[in-house]
Design a protein around this ligand. Structure first.
Ligand code: SF4
Length: 435
């Protein structure tokens, strides 16, 4: 008998041992296997609200007798039998709460909302990884702007990515998300827009502290109220405090599709840059005060060329002018490569040199060492390269930090925070990282 099997995973409940206060998982029902078109077998799946979730394994292998299920599971997915789908149960939740248990119940569909920008989106990926490890059967749905979806769309730890289309209203987006019947919402954006979305999509939501007050005080008075340095990647875990996850110490992840890798490889080959060690330069930044001066980039490019590096410049359309200044030393993709192609190019590099920008996080996401130049922004803000091979260059000046995201002009007029970082400092950092 040929057909498609559906394999339902364990459901778990929580039992509280009142004597010693400990809790343990107890399977409520065992796995069940049945034909996809068998109403009898599908009814329990619907009752448990998991129809269509990735937790149901489909295989087009000839169906096996039910007696051979163990063997069949071993052949298809060894881990499958050890995963859990946790059932929404008010009583069980109450028991878990009373016992102080950290493992949540009813987690089947988690929304992670971060609309922008490049670095912030990539810094959510350590949380995504931990959620996937701790809740292997959960449906993890990432919500972001269409333009930034390529940063996460190939992340295999996510079940799906829902993109906010240009011009789409929040209500429409909310309707699409509500249809997924989320059991938990993580607001990793903390904006008015995400607050509105929380009103429209009904599920338990949690956010995290952006430390805005501490940031304002530090900029205005230089008094540091931050306390322990915690990167943004770890602050996101506050939103998931009820989900029993913690940072695993790994870096952000940027997964790049094969097509993007192929385009990057072709681009390098056409420019004969595929033979030498590659250094990627990212001279651009949204605001002037975050940009290392163009003449320094030119001098650095000369130096790296002399050291045997092939050079490529990355950036957006606004970075074409500075890329032009480097044209005699470095080929440019500025404005021509999409996010994934830029990621693929970075993945081919021995080192990337960048300011405090999204490219810096893209480099860490693909595992490329990065030399990061920090000027008006500081470590307390949480955007230093996270858990990655990196060298941060910065100068100890009383005027730092002067803004949260950089600005159009230096309030002091000298821009020493970046001008004082010499070409030789950057070249030495490159040498150290690559050695
Ligand atoms: S030199 Fe000081 S005031 Fe000027 S941009 Fe840098 S940090 Fe801000």
């Amino acid at each position: 008998m040929a057909g498609v099997w559906q394999i339902k995973r364990y459901f778990a409940n929580r039992k509280v041992d009142k004597q010693n206060g400990e809790s343990e998982r107890t399977p409520l029902i065992d796995y069940e296997v049945g034909m996809e078109d068998s109403p009898k077998n599908l009814i329990p799946l619907r009752a448990w609200n998991v129809v269509g979730c990735s937790e149901i394994l489909h295989t087009s292998q000839p169906a096996v007798p039910k007696a051979s299920v163990d063997q069949h599971l071993e052949q298809t997915d060894v881990d499958l039998r050890h995963r859990f789908i946790e059932r929404r149960s008010n009583r069980a939740c109450l028991l878990a709460k009373r016992s102080g248990a950290s493992v949540p119940l009813g987690v089947t569909c988690i929304l992670l909302v971060r609309f922008s920008s490049i670095g912030d989106v990539l810094l959510t990926t350590p949380l995504v990884r931990s959620l996937r490890t701790r809740h292997p059967a959960a449906r993890l749905v990432f919500v972001t702007k269409r333009a930034l979806a390529p940063l996460v769309v190939d992340n295999p730890r996510l079940s799906e990515v829902v993109a906010l289309e240009p011009g789409e209203s929040l209500r429409t987006l909310a309707r699409r998300l509500s249809a997924l019947r989320p059991t938990t919402g993580l607001d990793l954006h903390g904006s008015l827009r995400s607050a509105a979305l929380r009103l429209f999509v009904r599920c338990p939501w949690r956010g995290y502290s952006k430390r805005k007050l501490a940031r304002r005080v530090l900029i205005a008075t230089k008094i540091d109220l931050y306390g322990r340095r915690v990167g943004v990647a770890e602050r996101y875990f506050e939103a998931a405090a009820g989900l029993d996850v913690r940072p695993d110490g790994g870096p952000p992840e940027f997964f790049v599709a094969a097509a993007a890798r192929e385009r990057a490889a072709r681009w390098l080959a056409e420019r004969r840059l595929d033979g030498a060690p590659l250094a990627v330069l990212a001279p651009g930044a949204a605001h002037f005060t975050k940009r290392w001066p163009p003449d320094r980039w030119v001098a650095l490019a000369e130096r790296l060329r002399a050291a045997g590096y092939g050079l490529a410049v990355v950036g957006g359309p606004d970075d074409r002018a500075v890329a032009q200044a480097l044209a005699s030393h470095a080929a440019s993709t500025a404005g021509d490569f999409a996010l994934q192609e830029t990621g693929a190019l970075l993945a081919r590099a021995r080192v990337a040199i960048s300011g405090d920008t999204g490219v810096m996080h893209m480099a860490t996401g693909v595992g490329t060492p990065v030399v990061a130049l920090f000027g008006p922004t500081v470590e307390q803000f949480g955007f230093f390269p996270y858990a990655a091979r990196a060298a941060v260059l910065q100068r100890d000046l009383d005027c730092r930090p002067c803004s949260a995201m950089g600005g159009p002009r230096c309030p002091m007029g000298h821009h020493r925070c970046l001008r004082d970082i010499g070409v030789e400092d950057v070249a030495a950092a490159v040498e150290r990282l690559v050695a």
